[in-house]
Structure formats: C-alpha cells, structure tokens
Design a binder for this molecule. Structure first.
Ligand SMILES: [Zn+2]
Length: 191
C-alpha cells in the first residue's frame, strides 16, 4: 500500500531544513527522498519517513555531538571525578606524607579513605608504617578497580551509546565485616 506523502519543502526537522524533493516512488503520492540542508552546512538526501518519524534530525553530525556530550558528562561519575583519580598516581608517588592516615592522642594511627564524598574508616593501627600500608592497599583496591571498571564501561559506551543510556556506570565501596568490599559490576562482566 502506498501512503500519500506531504510536501515537506521548507519544513524543519531538528537541524535539517528540507530544500526540495529528490524522487517520487509513484506519481502523485509525494516524494520518498528529500534534499535537506543541515545547520552545519552539509546537504544530504533523507528518506521521507526518516524525517517525519524524527529518526533523522541532522546530517549525522548530531549523533556525534550527543555522543560527545555523553562522554563529557561521564567524566564526573556520581561525585567521583575520574580525571582526579587518574591524577592520583602522580600525587601519591611524591613522598610528602600519606593521605588518610591520622595520628591520634593515644599514639595510634587511624586510617580512612574517601570515595564518592563519603569517608570509610579502615581501622586503627599501632605503627605509622602499618597504617600507611593499610591505606595503600585500600587505595589500590578502590581506585584501581574503579578505573578498571570505568574504562571497560567507557569503551562499551563509546561503541554503543544506546546501551550506555540504559546501563549507567556503577561502582561502590562498603565496609563489610571489617573488610573493604568493592561492588564493580563492569569488571565482573568482563571476566
Ligand atoms: Zn550536520
């Protein structure tokens, strides 16, 4: 069955403005292909139903744009700046002391780690060396597995933005039975 198509000349669909009809399937039923000019300046031929359904809203440059925006948003995942985490390697390599290790009045050392705006206490240690060791182990576990999971997720999100919309990046850390436990679904998927 042939559906009669409207004259789209001059209409706007997203970034596309219709210039003229290119072809007609059958005389009198309206054109199925239309010449359009995108706001970016490029001209393209677009199918009638692609335009009226809202599937085609640009020459293709819009898809690239929304993908770029998506990736920019991702740099800040739930209060955790991924770029900051990447910088961490440089910071912890300088020997100006250890973050998250505090000496108490009792002479013992309390160790904590911050993640996603929350502070997780790792325990209290007799010596400073033990405390630093505990903090470093926790750092490796939390930050390294976060970055590992995030890079797996990001790679897939770049290939498949639709999948990414339905599967936001997930990662969390909690203390369970005195131990630090990492919830990292992306790494589990990849294994
Ligand atoms: Zn364009």
């Amino acid at each position: 069955m042939l559906i009669k198509k409207r004259d789209l000349t001059g209409s706007r669909f997203g970034k596309l403005v219709v210039l003229n009809a290119v072809s007609e399937v059958k005389e009198g039923y309206g054109a199925s292909v239309w010449r359009c000019r995108c706001d970016c300046g490029k001209e393209v031929n677009v199918m009638y139903f692609g335009l009226v359904s809202g599937n085609n809203k640009s020459c293709g440059c819009l898809k690239e744009e929304s993908q770029k925006n998506l990736l920019e948003r991702m740099e800040l995942v739930d209060g955790t700046c991924v770029e900051w985490l990447k910088d961490r390697k440089i910071r912890t390599d300088n020997k100006s002391g250890c973050k998250g290790v505090y000496k108490r009045k009792s002479g013992k050392y309390t160790v904590s780690i911050g993640f996603k705006k929350k502070i997780i206490y790792l325990g209290t240690y007799e010596s400073r060396d033990e405390a630093i060791e505990a903090r470093k182990k926790a750092e490796e576990l939390v930050y390294d597995s976060f970055l590992e999971g995030y890079s797996i997720w990001k790679k897939r999100a770049e290939q498949d933005p639709e999948w990414a919309k339905g599967h936001p990046f997930q990662f969390d850390v909690e203390k369970k039975g005195g131990r630090l436990v990492v919830h990292n679904p992306m790494v589990q998927l990849a294994e």
